[in-house]
Design a protein around this ligand. Structure first.
Ligand code: TXA
Ligand code: MG
Length: 328
C-alpha cells in the first residue's frame, strides 16, 4: 500500500521492494534509499534509461554518474583493474559510503562516465538498496535524487517535493543514516586522491592506505564535475561566520540559523537548526541537509551558518556549507 501520494498523482511513496525491482527491470527510474542520501536509480547499462536520469535531474551530461553494485567481489565485471589500495579500502569500508573511481570496462556506457575512461563504483549499505541490487543483473546508475545544484534528499518526502512529477516510484527507507554523500577516491598512477569529501572521513581512509591527496574543486575547475563550487545550494542566500557577529552585521533582516551545538540567543527557536547539541559530527551530518531544506522553506532573507571544527566528518560538512554559501 502506498504510504503517501503526491498532488501530481505521478509518484507514489511506498516500501514495496518488488515493485521497485519490476520498474527498474522495465527501464524506469526509481528513487531509492541509501545510507548516504536518496538516489535516483536506473539501469546503468541502458543508455535510454541513463539519459532519462540526466533529464529528470536537469543535469548536464558532462557530470558523470556513480554505478551501484550489490557486492564488491563482482567489481571486476565492470572495471578493468583494481589497485591494491582500492582493494584495501573496499575491504575496510564496503558496503558503505565510499565510492572508488577505477578504469571502466567497455560495457559501461560512455554516457554514464561523461566520456571518461574511469567509472565511479559504489556498494551501498542500506538494506533496501542491497536487496534491489541483489535482484538485478545490471548495476544501477544513481545520482542524488535532487534537481541539479540543489541540496541532496535524505528522506523520501524530500524526493517527492522536487522530483515527484518525474518518477513513478519512491522507495521509502526512512531518513538516511549518514546524511552526506559518499567519499570519492580515485588513483593517479596508483597514488590515492580524494575527489569528494563524504561519509568516510579522510582520517579513516589514511589509516588504511596512508597519506592521500585531497583535490579541492572550484567552479573554474570542475574536473570532477558535480563538485562545482556552487552546489548543494538552498534558494535562500547563506552566509558563514560567527553567529553573533553575523547577527550584528545583518540586523533588520529576517534570518534563520544553522548552528553546530548552540542556538543564537534572541532568535525564535523555530528559525534555528542545531545540528548536534552534544557536538557529535555524525549526528550533525545526519541533520545537515534536512536542516538546510527546513530553513530554505521559511522564506527568509538570509541563513546564517557556522563551520564545524575542520576534522573527520566536520571537513565534509564544512565542504557542503562552503558550497551552499558560494555566490551564484
Ligand atoms: O552517496 C552517494 O554517492 C550518492 C548516493 C545516491 O549513492 N550519489 C551521489 O551521486 O552523490 P551524484 O551524482 O550526486 O554525485 C556523483 C559525483 C559526480 O558529481 C562526480 O563529481 C563524481 O561523482 N563522479 C562520478 N563519476 C565520475 C567519473 N567517472 N569521474 C569523475 N568523477 C565522477
Ligand atoms: Mg548530487
Amino acid at each position: 500500500m502506498p504510504l503517501f501520494t503526491s498532488n501530481s498523482n505521478m509518484t507514489t511513496i511506498g516500501t514495496d521492494i518488488s515493485h521497485a525491482i519490476a520498474l527498474l527491470q522495465q527501464g524506469k527510474l526509481v528513487a531509492i534509499p541509501t545510507e548516504t542520501v536518496y538516489g535516483l536509480a536506473g539501469n546503468a547499462l541502458d543508455e535510454a534509461t541513463v539519459s532519462s536520469i540526466f533529464e529528470a535531474k536537469n543535469r548536464p551530461t558532462f557530470d558523470p554518474l556513480i554505478i551501484h553494485i550489490a557486492d564488491w567481489r563482482h567489481a571486476a565485471r565492470w572495471v578493468q583493474a583494481i589497485p591494491e589500495k582500492a582493494e584495501a579500502l573496499a575491504k575496510a569500508f564496503l558496503p558503505g559510503p565510499l565510492t572508488l573511481l577505477l578504469p571502466k570496462r567497455p560495457i559501461i556506457p560512455d554516457l554514464v562516465t561523461a566520456g571518461s575512461p574511469f567509472v565511479a563504483i559504489r556498494v551501498p549499505a542500506h538494506p533496501m538498496a542491497r536487496k534491489i541490487l541483489e535482484a538485478l543483473d545490471f548495476p544501477l546508475a544513481a545520482p542524488s535524487a535532487n534537481p541539479f545544484g540543489y541540496i541532496s534528499p535524505t528522506t523520501a518526502e524530500h524526493v517527492a517535493q522536487q522530483l515527484g512529477e518525474k518518477i513513478p516510484y519512491i522507495l521509502d527507507g526512512g531518513p538516511c543514516q549518514i546524511g552526506l554523500e559518499s567519499t570519492i577516491v580515485g588513483f593517479e598512477s596508483e597514488a590515492p586522491v580524494v575527489f569528494r569529501k563524504g561519509g568516510i572521513p579522510i582520517e579513516a581512509i589514511e589509516q588504511i592506505i596512508g597519506p592521500v591527496t585531497v583535490q579541492e574543486h572550484s567552479s573554474s575547475n570542475p574536473t570532477a564535475p558535480g563538485m562545482l563550487l556552487s552546489h548543494y545550494a538552498p534558494g535562500t542566500p547563506l552566509v558563514l561566520g560567527n553567529l553573533k557577529e553575523l547577527a550584528l552585521k545583518h540586523s533588520g533582516l529576517k534570518v534563520g540559523v544553522l548552528a553546530f551545538r548552540e542556538p543564537l540567543p534572541g532568535l525564535p527557536p523555530d528559525r534555528q537548526i542545531v545540528l548536534s547539541a552534544k557536538g557529535d559530527f555524525a549526528e550533525a551530518a545526519q541533520h545537515l541537509f534536512a536542516g538546510l531544506r527546513y530553513l530554505d522553506g521559511l522564506d527568509l532573507d538570509l541563513i546564517f551558518a557556522e563551520l564545524l571544527p575542520e576534522a573527520r566528518l566536520g571537513r565534509a560538512i564544512n565542504d557542503r556549507l562552503r558550497r551552499a554559501a558560494a555566490k551564484r
